[in-house]
Design a protein around this ligand. Structure first.
Ligand code: AMP
Ligand code: ZN
Length: 491
């Protein structure tokens, strides 16, 4: 398996540090508001990376933090007359709820910054003892020039950064490159006691302390959006490597940004859509599909037209899987199933799976993997159109199972829902009134009605055939003629 490592600026063979085990950390959100779909793109990318590593047999342990103390949270609390804790709890809950709606698996460990102040203070104290950090009043800064490896994550030269380095009002740094590890208390802010007086940790501090505490160093993969590579990840790495020695993260992975009209989606530009609002209107799996049609490292142009397109694509895939399943379970007894067309679909099924795996193993190329799956959808449609009711059961079943499996790796469920879940009880009554079915399985009742209507049509008894159709229609059902035969569906 190959992955692109940002710090090496190359695609490399992935070898976990401990055979069969992967430890990964992905920076989580600052919980001051609903997250937007740009944030969601990054979390989705790592969800799929994690799912694929698991599918390939690795035992993955993933940690993701919640940044629940930060300037933005404090501002939001002041604006809305709530405590910072109320704000962060509200939006941490909202974040987790939206992640579940979006089909993102929970991390194994979800530490919160405010619960990790002790370990952060320990890390800062060690850095001071080692001469990598210094006090300035009640602030503590990390001395960037004390770390000879600084810049290796993002590939920036320290001297190049000097031009962009800023000193904020009230800060007393020895060097403009230095960054804050501990901020002295300001009125109206949440604070914790520390050896340097009351205050709160700087943003970069938490992730290093959490990785060290929960996963141990080095970890296999550290991830986040590409906007975090510098300074956040550079600083996380510098602190941790100076504090505990050795390597912080063996590999660094970064996602490309989600763009709207060519610009990065961000709260500050105001060009954002929250994940919640989008999921209120569109199916989560369509949004997943849209996002995964672009490789995770490329920037992704979002538009609602594209999202509507993905809704249609998903429907097309589901219809194909439903038709294949239908054909598989309704194939006539003793259908040969070994004709040329069936053999070809069998081959295409194997090829699609192989190509999907090869793409995913090549730096999680979900775009290529999906293209392989879509090819199988097209081949299946061609096959079913030609084979009609004489489709080979085993071939159709294998293609349906393959599509379900492949989309499943991406957290997209395309398996047909059991018909009994979809069809209303009214089907049973209609079938009983018409004397064609006495049992209590809605699905079987629907099939009996379809047969009854077909018999009526064969007798040219149009009145009965139409009456059955009308009764089903009043119950919100239609009889649909598909390549695999007629079936009852919700209208
Ligand atoms: P934040 O809460 O701002 O730290 O963001 C949480 C995650 O979302 C980080 O990994 C960011 O890199 C990522 N992120 C922010 N904006 C975007 C965007 N427009 N596209 C993709 N990822 C983003
Ligand atoms: Zn982080």
């Amino acid at each position: 398996m190959k992955i692109y490592d940002t710090s090496l600026r190359a695609k490399v063979d992935f070898e976990p540090l401990e055979p069969g085990v992967v430890r990964m950390y992905v920076c989580g959100p600052t919980v001051y508001d609903q997250i937007h779909i740009g944030n969601a793109r990054t979390f989705l990318a790592f969800d799929v990376i994690r799912r694929w590593l698991t599918a390939r047999g690795y035992k993955v342990t993933m940690a993701q933090n919640l940044t629940d103390v930060d300037d933005k949270i404090i501002r939001r609390a002041n604006e809305t007359g709530r405590t910072t804790e109320e704000v962060s709890t509200t939006f941490a809950d909202a974040f987790i709820e939206q992640m579940h709606r979006f089909g993102i698996l929970d991390p194994d460990i979800r530490p919160r910054a405010t619960h990790e102040i002790g370990p952060m203070i320990e890390m800062i104290s060690r850095l001071i003892e080692q001469g990598h950090a210094y006090r300035s009043g009640s602030d503590v800064f990390f001395s960037v020039r004390s770390d000879p490896d600084y810049g290796h994550v993002s590939g920036r030269d320290v001297d190049d950064q000097l031009a962009g380095a800023r000193v904020e009002a009230g800060e007393d740094k020895r060097d403009p490159l230095d960054f804050v590890l501990w901020k002295a208390a300001k009125p109206g802010e949440p604070t914790w006691d520390s050896p340097w007086g009351p205050g709160r940790p700087g943003w970069h501090t938490e992730c290093s302390a959490m990785v060290h505490r929960y996963l141990g160093m080095p970890i296999d993969i550290h991830g986040g959006g590409s906007d975090l590579a510098f300074p956040h990840h550079e600083n996380e790495s510098a602190q941790a490597e100076c504090c505990w020695g050795g390597t912080f993260a063996n590999h660094w992975m970064h996602t490309g940004m989600l763009l709207v009209n060519g610009e990065k989606m961000s709260k500050s530009l105001g060009n954002f859509f929250t994940l919640k609002d989008v999921l209120d209107e569109y199916p989560a799996e369509a949004l997943r599909l849209l996002m995964l049609q672009t490789h995770y490292r490329s920037s992704l142009d979002f538009s609602f037209e594209r999202l509507s397109g993905a809704v249609g694509t998903l429907e097309r895939v589901r219809t194909a899987v439903a038709n294949l399943s239908w054909a598989a379970s309704h194939a006539p007894e003793g259908a040969a199933g070994a004709d040329e067309a069936a053999r070809e679909l069998g081959e295409r099924t194997a090829q699609a799976r192989e190509s999907f795996f090869a793409c995913m193993d090549d730096d999680f190329n979900t775009a290529g993997a999906l293209a392989a799956a879509f090819d199988l959808v097209s081949s299946s449609n061609v096959y079913l159109d030609a084979a009609g009711t004489a489709a080979a059961a085993a071939t159709a079943r294998a293609a349906a199972d393959c599509l379900t499996e492949l989309f499943g790796y991406l957290g997209i469920d395309v398996a047909p829902k059991p018909a009994t879940e979809e069809l209303p009880e009214r089907c049973l009554e209609i079938a009983r009134e018409r004397g064609c079915y006495e049992g209590d399985d809605v699905n079987e009742a629907a099939e009996a009605l379809v047969r009854l209507r077909a018999d009526a049509r064969a007798r040219r008894d149009w009145a009965t055939a139409d009456a059955i159709r009308d009764e089903l229609s009043q119950a919100g059902l239609t009889i649909e003629d598909t390549a695999g035969g007629a079936r009852v569906r919700r209208s």
